[in-house]
Design a protein around this ligand. Structure first.
Ligand code: DAH
Length: 339
């Protein structure tokens, strides 16, 4: 009985120090301590045998209870770690989880590339401002020198809500906000989601991202615009580029231009990326129209500036050799897994 007293003390210490597996192995296994003590029962004198067995059993139960208790605690702790984004009970074993989770989750290619672009613009000194997904006629048109009835409004035919708000067809809707809330020098880049009511094909989507840029200061010229955009593109595409500036028309710029670069893939020989022309039209740009500066109370005699707007999806497609813009939003796991 004295031995049992010692054993009980040892067990109590071990319960505090050992984990369930160690306890099980030391005490409850086939060559464990409890079995050993039971085998000594024949040495105990007859009168005490029943008492000895009872006491030994209670020590055994003590250990078993402790093991059960700690495994319950583990389950409760696990249950507390809830992942509200998981479309399954997070205690489900890996092999029983829906297959889709093999993806392990990652950011979408558009967001990965957007971050790369913004890093470059930030290193060039631009502030980043987010665009809006719903806007009004003033920011979509009026402030950008498209008065009511201007035929160029048709180029941006888009979605309207019943109460007269618009889903922006371009990120230029942010120009007036940025120009009127800051004083030159102003340099900002505005990524945002845009919408156009048009039929979709491999290069057109009703929903896409654009990235607007504006720069205003004293004595800014077209040369600054070309150098800035070129520097960004060379950093983003990680290659030297040749630039061709073609005439274009936008009510909010004067002069206006289409920024075109040599196809970085075929050495201007023509390939599927450049539509076999050797050149790729990347974005609209130009010197900000004096009326746009005026509507933001900036003196167009003293200050000038440039702006651009490019389709982010398009640039991402070029850099990653993606041939169908619809892949970017189709949610196709095979496609997403590649990036
Ligand atoms: N917003 C124009 C479009 O989506 C692109 C553009 C052209 C943006 C010239 C500009 C700009 O800032 O100066 O077609």
């Amino acid at each position: 009985m004295k031995d049992l007293q010692k054993l009980k003390t040892e067990v109590q210490e071990d319960i505090d120090q050992l984990d369930s597996n160690e306890l099980k192995k030391k005490y409850l296994s086939s060559d464990g301590v409890i079995r050993e003590y039971f085998s000594k029962i024949s040495n105990v004198d007859k009168d005490n045998r029943a008492k000895y067995g009872k006491e030994l059993n209670s020590i055994k139960n003590l250990i078993a209870q402790s093991i059960e208790q700690s495994s319950k605690e583990i389950v409760t702790q696990r249950a507390k770690r809830v992942d509200p984004t998981a479309p399954f009970d997070s205690n489900t074993s890996k092999s029983n989880r829906p297959r889709i989770l093999d993806l392990n989750g990652s950011s979408h290619i558009l967001m990965q590339e957007l971050e790369r672009m913004l890093d470059i613009f930030q290193s060039m000194g631009f502030d980043i401002v987010e665009s809006r997904q719903i806007d009004d006629d003033y920011h979509m048109f009026e402030s950008l020198n498209f008065p009511k009835g201007h035929p160029a409004r048709d180029m941006y035919d888009t979605f309207w809500t019943e109460d007269g708000f618009v889903l922006p067809a371009h990120t230029s809707t942010m120009q007036n906000r940025i120009l009127s809330s800051s004083t030159p020098p102003i340099s900002a880049v505005i990524p945002g989601r845009c919408f156009r009511s048009e039929a979709t094909d491999s290069s057109h989507e009703h929903t896409f991202f654009q990235c607007e840029g504006i720069y205003v200061d004293k004595g800014i010229s077209v040369a600054n615009m070309i150098a800035t955009i070129k520097e960004f593109l060379e950093a983003y595409l990680e290659t030297d580029i040749e630039v061709k500036i073609q005439p274009a028309y936008f009510p909010f710029t004067e002069p206006d231009a289409e920024f075109t670069i040599n196809c970085p893939f075929c050495n201007k020989e023509g390939c599927s990326t450049c539509g076999h022309t050797g050149w790729i039209e990347l974005m609209g740009c130009g010197m900000i129209h004096p009326n746009v500066l005026k509507s933001a109370d900036i003196d167009s005699e003293e200050f000038s500036g440039f702006a651009w707007g490019f389709g982010l999806d398009r640039l991402v497609m070029i850099r990653n050799h993606i041939s169908d813009i619809r892949d970017l939003r189709a949610g196709n796991i095979k496609f997403l897994r590649k990036y």
